[in-house]
Design a binder for this molecule. Structure first.
Ligand code: RIB
Ligand code: CA
Length: 313
């Protein structure tokens, strides 16, 4: 089967970095048409820097990296240096990027790519706030019917929030953008905290990254060593949750995941629950299902895939 053509929209972020590395290590499954950067974990200048650092770490300097929106649609930017460090990629010491940013704005690239490609052949993989995706849908409503699907990391239901008691960070930063995306009619698969909190980098799993004996293995282990302190302290968890790589792994091995096709609405009006993904898991409303909400993962299978693929870089 031909590799799936994707655009990764991202706010690196250590977990974004691992998601990008997994995609770049899997050419038989995934063709990365471009990486579009958005403000999120850290401001846009840093997410655009970090995405290029990751491409160079993978030895894939031919990948086009685009800068996109530097703030949410209607709200001031909220960042997460408390989780990812001041650079957004704290942990390993990696060289400043030498590959240039692409000239074009990320939103223009998304629209143009979808209009140029055959309908239903390009998948969007947002790993951060949904600002770029929403802007593209606002600018070019015609692309909605051309998108094969959106596989995103974001939201939470049974697991509740990580930035507020009810909201997950990516959705919380730009809830208006999320409402546009979830209301677009595009087939959506959601990797919420409900599943990503089951993809924990235990010591044994991180030792396996380090044991690869490669610059990529070492960098991923050092990113995890840094990234995990927040979740260990907050949740007492047994390692860092690898949120964003769940998106890439789903593209390669969807059988490692399971979920339910339900209605998911985004709270944009209440200060108390702003950014909450209200998933009608038990079908108690007549709201039409609009997303496949993933809740389960074969974590051992996930880490076996990830480690095997990272070894290729
Ligand atoms: O809530 C986790 C998400 O927020 C991940 O995508 C992480 O990178 C941050 O963007
Ligand atoms: Ca992210």
């Amino acid at each position: 089967m031909a590799p799936r053509k994707i655009i990764i929209d991202t706010d690196p972020g250590q977990d974004d970095a691992v998601a990008i590395l997994l995609a770049l290590a899997s050419p038989e499954d995934i063709e990365v048409l471009g990486i579009t950067c958005v403000a999120g974990n850290v401001p846009l200048e840093l997410t655009a820097r970090n995405a290029r650092i990751v491409c160079e770490l993978a030895g894939k300097t031919d990948i086009k990296v685009f800068a996109g929106c530097d703030a949410p649609l209607e709200r001031p930017l909220v960042t997460a240096e408390h989780v990812h460090g001041k650079t957004g990629l704290d942990g390993p010491t990696l060289p400043e990027p030498r590959m240039p940013l692409a000239e074009e704005h990320a939103v223009a690239f998304i629209v143009e790519t979808l209009r140029d490609a055959a309908p239903g052949t390009v998948t969007l993989c947002p790993l951060g706030p949904l600002t770029n995706i929403a802007r593209a849908l606002q600018k070019a409503p015609d692309i909605a019917d051309r998108i094969a699907g959106i596989v995103l990391m974001g939201g939470a239901y049974f697991e509740v929030g990580n930035i507020t008691p009810t909201a997950e960070f990516n959705i919380y930063v730009d809830p208006e953008a999320a409402a546009i995306v979830f209301g677009s009619g595009v087939p959506i698969t959601v990797m919420p905290l409900d599943v990503t909190h089951k993809a924990l980098v235990t010591k044994a799993r991180n030792d396996a990254f380090r044991a690869l004996g490669t610059p990529v293995g070492a960098a991923v282990a050092e990113m995890t060593d840094f990234f995990e302190r927040f979740d260990k302290e907050k949740y007492g968890s047994n390692g860092a949750p690898l949120h964003d790589p769940c998106v890439t792994a789903y593209l390669i091995r969807p059988d490692l995941f399971s979920g339910r096709h339900v209605n998911v609405e985004i709270e944009t009006g209440s200060d108390l629950t702003l950014g909450m993904t209200v998933a009608d898991w038990w079908g108690v409303t007549d709201r039409a299902p609009n997303a496949t909400f993933i809740g389960e993962i074969d974590a051992d299978g996930f880490f076996a895939l990830l480690t095997e693929r990272l070894a290729r870089l």
